[in-house]
Design a protein around this ligand. Structure first.
Ligand code: C6P
Length: 411
């Protein structure tokens, strides 16, 4: 079996994830729904227990020992995130509930105050609803327009069309780094360069890239980057917004409440310094701490191994599934993350998903919160298998076998 890195084999990595050894309908679980959420290693689960068993308390508020320990761990995690994406300063890292909240924060605090009638917000045809609806809401309120970069039949951005849409009317470009539905890796660095040449700020939705691609925000030069903890082996309900300090300084708070203030009177409130100005109320303390542990775990496996192994799985998955008669891939971009979306002739994806589940195989079926993308391909839904570094070629064989059974059953 493949050696994962110098210290861990695939078996040892899988043993870190207790859930991977459970049975589903009497069969070993084959978890291929990693784009929806990843499983958690025991190092992350233990960090959550440790918090509640040993130092549960509120942060930034208490002089007592427990509060200081919780504050230290929470802030340590912020530094871990900062180093992970190579941000300049910890002030640029804001803990949110996830990608969705991060995008809503930027839409409401950065874009909306400066948006006027006739202005435009630019997104692409492959966005998740979380990177469509927040923009629609602010555009509707301000009489601005949502413009959409078209994609070709393989699921890639049409770059010349993108360049044409970059006009002085555009107030922000907000773009997925990786498509959740079809896995396309967008050329975000080149897009950011083009946008910046016209003075347009850029938000990168990294919900589906943070767990597959090493991200360096100083190299990308993005203005904003949003991601969710649960896609990178941390719990749900915690996420990150990276924003350049120059923007955060000018942005009004997104929500009001405790911790985001400096002084409060009925006449006037002054706000806390960055990043606390954007973290109103008691935050997801254990989630933030666990996110730090998840990143430490991720780093211990190493992005080198992760991208090599996941590319191998992607290639293997494509080659094994392409041998199945009646199977059609949706999304065949040259640059792809480990996500495979497909259709089977005459069989609805929901039926496929239900039948695969009987064999213990977990995939996602439906529109993947990307209805406009499905419309672009003229299809109602797909079946999506998405791979993590803990998946194996043997599991892909189980998927292929199970798909063959589905076809046989329906023929
Ligand atoms: N995609 C999927 O199965 P939240 O829900 O805030 O953690 O993430 C939203 C989100 C935003 N952008 C992209 C590209 C995403 O993939 C997601 C979440 C999951 O594809 C759940 S719908």
């Amino acid at each position: 079996m493949t050696i994962a890195n110098r210290t861990k084999t695939i078996e040892e990595i899988r043993a870190d994830f207790p859930i991977l050894s459970r049975l589903v309908h009497g069969k070993p679980l084959v978890y291929l729904d990693n784009a929806a959420t990843t499983q958690k290693p025991k190092q992350v689960i233990d960090a959550i227990s440790d918090y509640y068993l040993n130092y549960n308390s509120n942060i930034h508020r208490g002089v007592h020992k427990l509060s200081q320990e919780a504050t230290d761990e929470y802030e340590k995690s912020r530094t871990t995130v900062k180093n992970f994406i190579n941000a300049h300063k910890y002030q640029e890292i804001i803990f949110t509930r996830g990608t969705t909240e991060s995008i809503n924060l930027v839409a409401n605090s950065f874009v909306k105050p400066n948006l006027s009638e006739g202005d435009e917000v630019l997104i692409s045809n492959m966005e998740h609803h979380s990177n469509i609806v927040p923009w629609q809401l602010v555009c509707e309120e301000k009489g601005a327009k949502l413009r959409v970069i078209p994609i070709n039949d393989t699921g890639e951005i049409i770059f010349e069309e993108f360049e044409k849409l970059l006009t002085e009317k555009v107030k922000i470009l907000s773009i997925a780094h990786v498509s959740n539905s079809i896995g396309t890796i967008n050329p975000v660095k080149a897009m950011i360069e083009k946008a910046h040449a016209k003075g347009i700020p850029v938000l990168v939705d990294a919900a589906q890239s943070i767990q597959h691609i090493g991200i360096d925000v100083q190299d990308l030069q993005c203005d904003f980057l949003a991601f969710s903890g649960h896609k990178i082996y941390a719990p749900t309900g915690i996420g990150v917004l990276f924003a350049k300090e120059q923007h955060l300084k000018k942005m009004p708070p997104y929500q009001g409440g405790g911790d985001m203030i400096s002084t409060v009177s009925f006449e006037k409130t002054t706000y806390n310094e960055l990043p606390y100005k954007f973290e109103a109320g008691t935050t997801n303390i254990e989630g933030a701490i666990a996110l730090g542990k998840a990143i430490e775990y991720f780093n211990s496996i190493g992005i080198g191994f992760i991208s090599r192994h996941e590319s191998e799985l992607l290639e293997y998955g494509h080659s094994v599934l392409s041998e199945i008669k009646g199977l059609r891939f949706i999304g065949t971009a040259e640059q792809k993350a480990s996500v495979i979306s497909f259709l089977l002739d005459g069989i609805h994806p929901h039926d496929i998903g239900t039948m695969l589940d009987v064999d213990g195989v977990a995939v996602r079926t439906g529109q993947h919160c990307a209805e406009p993308l499905m419309k672009r391909f003229g299809i109602p839904a797909t079946t999506r298998a998405s791979f993590s570094f803990y998946n194996t070629k043997e599991e892909i064989n189980v998927l292929a076998e199970s798909i063959r059974k589905v076809i046989k059953m329906f023929s």
